[in-house]
Design a protein around this ligand. Structure first.
Ligand SMILES: *[C@@H]1O[C@H](CO)[C@@H](O)[C@H](O)[C@H]1NC(C)=O
Ligand SMILES: *[C@@H]1O[C@H](CO)[C@@H](O)[C@H](O)[C@H]1NC(C)=O
Ligand SMILES: *[C@@H]1O[C@H](CO)[C@@H](O)[C@H](O)[C@H]1NC(C)=O
Ligand SMILES: *[C@@H]1O[C@H](CO)[C@@H](O)[C@H](O)[C@H]1NC(C)=O
Ligand SMILES: *[C@@H]1O[C@H](CO)[C@@H](O)[C@H](O)[C@H]1NC(C)=O
Ligand SMILES: *[C@@H]1O[C@H](CO)[C@@H](O)[C@H](O)[C@H]1NC(C)=O
Ligand SMILES: *[C@@H]1O[C@H](CO)[C@@H](O)[C@H](O)[C@H]1NC(C)=O
Ligand SMILES: *[C@@H]1O[C@H](CO)[C@@H](O)[C@H](O)[C@H]1NC(C)=O
Ligand SMILES: *[C@@H]1O[C@H](CO)[C@@H](O)[C@H](O)[C@H]1NC(C)=O
Ligand SMILES: *[C@@H]1O[C@H](CO)[C@@H](O)[C@H](O)[C@H]1NC(C)=O
Ligand SMILES: *[C@@H]1O[C@H](CO)[C@@H](O)[C@H](O)[C@H]1NC(C)=O
Length: 473
């Protein structure tokens, strides 16, 4: 089993370093001729010539293949000007973006990322039998991904991201048994995710985000112990989350944000124990957040802008690795569980835009790593707890549009990192604490639509950084 990496205090998710693609082994020499009627010396000579010829042919082919591939690029900037001549061996090995195996002189890697090539990917690409890595990221390519890509049988890494590729994901990709990284994100691909991608036994990274893929996520995709990264964000995927998703026992990154998924979070979610990032935001998911979610040790849990209802399960307070908890813009009701104050590594707590009621638990003052606390647009009542003054790392405190009452506690002035404080639209009374002027980083203060009275403290008026003073009471 794999243990999830601990979350750094800086809240970034741990990066996985992938093995660099290694050069393929040298091909087998052709079998020696069996004609026994030849004299031995002649036979040996013939064999030697055959070997030479075979090597020369393979080498010359890759050079000619590259010239053929070049023909379908527009290459308006003439970036590939050194891709010229007859493509004889081994000259093409020094062409821009070409890396050869230094024994066989076959093309091992092709990296044309970032060149303004334009045009299309030639079907001739399928003749590069030894290529291990193809990187055409951000190369201005359009047209379809040719089926022949499935003939590059040594391929471990294919990165075609950030182009204008259209059409379907070719089923032939499922023939690439060595493929580890398939990065097609940020194109115009349509159609379904081929379920045959589940036949890729070594696939570690599958990133299809920001395309126009539709249909359901094929359940077979989830049956992999090898897959580490599943990026499907911003497509048009439908259907529901499958209970099978937790068969991904080696996965750390699961992102289906911004699709059209419906239904509930499966109860099996508690078995997704390797997940570190779970982003289900911007879908049409419903039902309650299942109790079993408390078994996860994710660093990021984002359920933002769905239609989840019911209470915030208290088990979320046991998810000690949480750095980002975003439950905003749902229909959640009931109180904010005080046990959330136990999330000592949490930097971002977003609960805004729900129907949460009851008081703000003073325990939230224990969230010592907190940078963002957004509780606005709920039905919270009671006082602003002075314990929030313990949040010395807090940049942003948004309590707007609730039913909070009483005075603004002096202790807020202990939130020394505070940049933005919004308490608009509550029932706060009393005067604005003079001590707020100690918050020298603050650039946004919005206290309008309350019952505050008295003058604006002159200390506050002198704060040079303050952009907005919403004191229309
Ligand atoms: C190929 O060249 C690289 C870099 O010069 C070298 O590290 C590697 O050992 C060479 N491989 C073989 C098989 O000679
Ligand atoms: C291709 O080159 C770019 C920089 O030119 C680099 O960022 C990228 O990592 C390279 N791709 C591979 C697969 O090594
Ligand atoms: C394409 O993706 C691969 C695999 O993630 C990565 O190593 C490479 O750097 C990417 N290319 C660019 C230009 O970032
Ligand atoms: C969702 O995806 C659409 C394109 O499909 C994009 O325009 C939009 O910005 C995305 N929204 C979010 C919140 O990611
Ligand atoms: C995890 O899966 C096992 C069976 O594989 C099941 O018995 C168990 O209840 C599941 N746990 C959770 C938390 O869903
Ligand atoms: C969202 O959920 C609420 C409460 O469960 C339900 O009444 C409402 O119809 C749902 N809205 C949509 C758009 O699904
Ligand atoms: C919260 O954390 C404190 C200190 O680690 C611990 O004593 C307490 O039991 C925790 N509360 C819950 C409900 O787990
Ligand atoms: C958390 O906050 C509460 C109320 O402010 C306090 O009583 C408790 O001791 C704190 N717990 C820890 C572990 O700091
Ligand atoms: C409020 O601030 C005062 C003075 O800084 C401090 O003594 C007190 O403990 C704080 N109250 C809470 C609840 O943190
Ligand atoms: C503020 O409002 C509370 C009730 O919400 C009231 O008890 C208190 O006296 C008021 N304080 C001031 C200074 O008006
Ligand atoms: C104050 O906050 C409310 C609620 O977020 C917002 O509607 C209003 O525009 C803000 N006022 C100013 C002056 O920024």
């Amino acid at each position: 089993g794999k243990t999830p990496n601990p979350v750094g205090l800086n809240g970034r998710h741990p990066r996985r370093h992938l093995q660099p693609a290694s050069a393929p082994a040298a091909p087998m020499p052709p079998p020696a001729p069996r004609r026994s009627s030849f004299p031995v010396a002649a036979a040996l000579l013939a064999a030697a010539l055959l070997i030479l010829a075979a090597g020369a042919v393979a080498v010359a082919d890759d050079g000619r293949t590259l010239l053929e591939i070049k023909k379908s690029f527009r290459d308006a900037d003439n970036a590939l000007r050194d891709w010229s001549g007859d493509g004889a061996s081994p000259g093409y090995c020094s062409w821009l973006g070409v890396l050869c195996d230094n024994v066989t002189f076959q093309v091992a890697a092709l990296n044309l990322s970032g060149f303004n090539l334009g045009g299309e990917i030639s079907p001739a690409i399928g003749d590069l039998k030894s290529v291990v890595s193809i990187d055409f990221q951000s190369s201005g390519l359009s047209g379809q991904i040719p089926d022949e890509i499935g003939d590059c049988w040594s391929l471990k890494m294919l990165n075609l991201s950030s182009n204008n590729l259209e059409g379907d994901i070719p089923f032939s990709i499922s023939k690439l048994k060595h493929l580890e990284n398939l990065i097609l994100k940020n194109n115009q691909l349509v159609g379904v995710i081929p379920s045959t991608l589940s036949q890729l036994p070594n696939l570690k990274i599958l990133d299809l985000a920001q395309n126009k893929l539709s249909g359901e996520i094929p359940r077979l995709i989830y049956w992999s112990e090898v897959l580490q990264y599943l990026g499907l964000r911003s497509n048009k995927l439908e259907g529901s989350l499958s209970p099978d998703m937790c068969q991904l026992t080696g996965l750390w990154y699961f992102d289906v944000k911004n699709n059209s998924l419906m239904g509930t979070i499966p109860d099996t979610i508690g078995n997704c124990t390797s997940f570190q990032v779970l982003d289900l935001s911007y879908n049409h998911l419903t039902g309650e957040i299942p109790f079993n979610i408390g078994f996860l040790q994710v660093a990021t849990l984002s359920l933002q802008r769905n239609n989840f209802s019911g209470p915030i399960p208290t088990v979320i307070g046991l998810m000690q690795a949480l750095a980002v908890l975003d439950l905003s813009l749902n229909q959640l009701s009931g109180p904010i569980p005080s046990i959330l104050g136990n999330l000592t590594y949490t930097e971002k707590l977003y609960l805004q835009g729900n129907k949460l009621s009851g008081p703000i638990p003073p325990e939230l003052g224990n969230l010592s790593a907190l940078n963002y606390l957004d509780l606005n647009d709920n039905k919270l009542t009671g006082l602003i707890p002075p314990e929030l003054g313990k949040l010395t790392a807090l940049y942003d405190l948004n309590l707007a549009n609730n039913e909070l009452e009483g005075t603004i506690p002096d202790n807020i002035s202990s939130c020394t990192s505070l940049v933005s404080f919004n308490a608009y639209g509550n029932k706060l009374n009393g005067t604005i604490p003079r001590s707020l002027h100690k918050l020298q980083s603050m650039t946004y203060l919005n206290l309008s639509s309350n019952y505050l009275n008295g003058a604006i403290p002159t200390e506050l008026a002198r704060m040079i950084n303050l952009d907005v003073l919403g004191f229309i009471m």
